[in-house]
Write a protein that binds this ligand. Structure first.
Ligand code: NAD
Ligand SMILES: O=C(O)C1=N[C@H](C(=O)O)CCC1
Length: 253
């Protein structure tokens, strides 16, 4: 069975990667692509007006929508998918608590999968962090993420996911975002650092230090293609699930 996919944010960095990756797969076909700046074609796919999204869902009836846009549009697309009965995969970061509530509301109608990072390496990094943190009890933890100079949200969605993983295994900790002036480290805090430079696709380092040793767990994405491939794997996996909230780790099992 070929899974048909609607793509949002088609003229964006990730939208283009998703369309390019979809063209290389024979288990998926692109039903339509939308953007706020329609009219051009991306990877040979005509890009339609985002304002017509609900009509395009009704007329094309895709199995799943793949979304990499911004928080406000992600919420709108998710609720339109909920109403139309179409599965929704999103990697859009920077969502507020209310944004996640809106996605969960859509998940009561259709399958919804959110991942702050669709790379397999980050899934492995998360497992490594969950193992290392309790093994190195009392060690200081510093998290540093580095992304391209056009990224809007900070810290990255992946950094927030890693911070939640750390809290899960050792209890909630104070998050200190950068340091300036008189800023001694307090016990148990997690330092969080966001760097923005050039066209870096995405780097995350979790540093644990104490007891005259340090351990650095680092992931580097070589290109955005890795995120697009993971999102399409998630779309193919999600298409025939029941309504509910799903995690990328389930796709990888
Ligand atoms: N989960 C992951 O693996 C992963 C990987 C890369 C990027 N991201 C996230 O994906 C999102 C997009 O990243 P990008 O680098 O492609 O950004 P981008 O700015 O290049 O593209 C975003 C696209 O969404 C469109 N858009 C934004 N707001 C919109 C609105 N209100 N209505 C309609 N369209 C709208 C923009 O016009 C643009 O085409 C970001 O949140 C980023 O953090 C996630
Ligand atoms: O380029 C981006 O923007 C990325 N965003 C995700 C995040 O916020 O963690 C994943 C990495 C790339």
């Amino acid at each position: 069975m070929t899974v048909s996919v609607g793509v949002t944010g088609a003229t964006g960095r990730m939208g283009g990667e998703v369309l390019a990756a979809a063209a290389d797969r024979d288990d998926l076909s692109v039903a339509f692509a939308v953007s706020r700046s329609p009219g051009e074609s991306v990877e040979g796919v005509a890009v339609e007006d985002a304002a017509d999204f609900a009509d395009l869902l009704a007329s094309n009836q895709p199995d799943v929508v793949v979304d990499f846009t911004g928080p406000a549009s992600c919420i709108e697309y998710a609720s339109a998918c909920g109403e139309a009965g179409v599965a929704f995969v999103t990697g859009t970061t920077g969502l507020s608590e209310g944004g996640f509530d809106a996605l969960r509301e859509a998940a009561s109608e259709v399958p919804v999968l959110y991942a702050s990072n669709f790379s397999r390496g980050i899934a492995a990094l998360r497992r490594a962090v969950r193992e290392a943190v309790p093994a190195l009890d009392g060690y200081d933890i510093e998290l540093t993420e580095t992304h391209h100079n056009a990224k809007r949200d900070a810290p990255s969605g992946t950094a927030l996911t890693l911070l939640d993983d750390i809290d899960d295994v050792r209890g909630e900790s104070e998050r200190v975002h950068g340091r300036e002036g008189e800023a001694p480290r307090s016990e148990g805090e997690v330092g969080v650092h966001a760097r923005r430079a050039g066209d870096i696709a995405g780097e995350h380092e979790v540093l644990l230090a104490g007891n005259h040793e340090s351990l650095s767990l680092t992931h580097r994405a070589g290109s955005r293609g890795v995120f697009a491939a993971g999102a399409l794997d998630a779309a193919a996996w999600l298409a025939d699930r029941d309504a509910g909230w799903y995690d990328f780790t389930e796709v990888l099992e």
